[in-house]
Design a protein around this ligand. Sequence first.
Ligand code: F6P
Length: 343
Amino acid sequence: MRIGILVGGGDAPGLNAAIKAAVTKANELGYDTIGIKNGWAGLLETDARSISIDDVEEIHSRGGVILYTSRTNPFKIPNGPQKVIQNMKKLKINALIVMGGEDTLGVAQKLHETGVPVVGVPKTIDNDLSGTDYSIGFDTAVAIATDAIDRLRTTAEAHHRIIIVEVMGRNTGWIALYAGLAGGANMTLIPEVPLGLNQVYRLLKQRQANGKAYSIIAVAEGAKLLKEKEQLIVASEEKDEFGHPRLGGISRVLEDLIEKNTGLEVRSMILGHLQRGGSPTAFDRILAIRLATKAVELVKEKKFGQMASFQACDIVSVPLKKVMTGRKSVPTELYEMAKTFFK
Ligand code: F6P
């Protein structure tokens, strides 16, 4: 048995721990492992190298991903899927473990439908994959964003300012909600709940009237402004191979609007890729180890077309097809609970 390991989409802290676990478990079972470089691009070009247990011994605590990654979509390239299948044969790969979010695992599922033996591992700091409570990278991103909020609070307070902290979260507000709650943000704006700006102005003025001269607002990059129509703020209209524009900048737009409409002094900060960099938390390492070990077990059992998943503290498996039926949004009840702290 020769297992190919591939990582696609944005990197996430914990991926190297997952690679270490997959290689270690495969080694225990007597399987070979080959690392595909740069996501699906590596299978379009046969850019791969075999990975031994020695290669991975030290990598569990490292950020980034030793195999590199890309947002390449083989279904956007003429004969892309056929090339992937041919190159898997050339590399003598009998099974593929694919670590990714909705785009990468969407490709894995489509390939599986044509008979490719794949198993998925959920990875996205956005935590919006269905079928799993947590995805690799989310916990670290939340820890980084929470630390940022704690630090920004002290400078906001010292200057009697409003500080808006923009976190990642293209379609869902998991990072914003968790970091906002953990960091005691005075208001959190998420894509799932378009919020009227008047509510924001009212809260900030109310706090001012109550003698709280500073406030912290957490906002997900994909949060929408309620105007004539829901408006998404993009940093670039240019779309990636999966059709996503580059987000970023809603905090700047809010900064101007709040200053104009309340007369308060406002600053904003986009945390951006800081949330994806550096060492994973212990939680993300353990999650990655457990999920990747399960992925190798699924290969052993020939349960292809499945994703290893974390549900209620257990590691189980779910069909990739089911994962692809829709995103996991922040539940209304959770956001309603968080609203209790919008003060
Ligand atoms: O992978 C998810 C994500 O981190 C989103 O939160 C964000 O919008 C996007 O990736 C950024 O992508 P890139 O690294 O390509 O700028």
